[in-house]
Design a protein. Structure first.
Length: 174
């Protein structure tokens, strides 16, 4: 026995409007996999995987990805990543006007703008990095020995550098 969700449940759980569910079911973007609801009086029944796909599609639409582009992304992921249910199974990232597929080992590949093109990607955990630097400074006793004055750090005309130096001296006296 499979657990299924009615269209009413889907709209409440995902926020996808009923009219959008109808459109996506008709144009094949996300079709119900348990019961297609053929004819009047029958209801479409969606699986949990369909629910996830609908939520992802809806979030991508809210991020500015058109329905036509969503279809292109789905097709690219099916053909190139070997994923049957791309919106429910693939890890996708919106970057500007592109949708990127996250491959294993954190590789990003364009699925829309330049399909198949790998993207340079890295994430810096700034709080962790700052914590590590603070820890190193604490354990080694490292601290700043001095600093360059504004006239030395910047290549300014001498008159402007002198003005900055005077304002800096005034600030440190008060």
């Amino acid at each position: 026995m499979r657990i299924g969700f009615s269209t009413g449940q889907i709209t409440r759980l995902t926020g996808v409007p009923y009219s959008t569910l109808n459109l996506w079911a008709k144009n094949g973007l996300v079709q119900p996999s348990i019961a297609t609801g053929k004819g009047s009086g029958s209801e479409r029944i969606y699986s949990f995987s369909d629910l996830v796909a609908l939520k992802v599609a809806f979030e991508l639409r809210k991020a500015g990805v058109t329905t036509r582009s969503l279809k292109k992304v789905v097709q690219f992921v099916r053909e190139n990543e070997g994923i049957d249910q791309p919106l429910a199974e693939a890890r996708l990232v919106v970057s500007g006007r592109d949708v990127l597929v996250v491959r294993n080992r954190g590789q990003l590949v364009s699925a829309l703008s330049k399909p198949g093109q790998r993207c340079l990607s890295f994430v810096i955990d700034l709080p962790r990095t700052l914590g590590e630097l603070k820890g190193i400074a604490d354990t080694t006793g490292a601290f700043a020995m001095g600093f360059l004055g504004p006239e030395q750090a910047l290549k300014l005309p001498p008159k402007q550098a002198a003005q900055i130096a005077r304002s800096e001296r005034k600030r440190t006296r008060t």
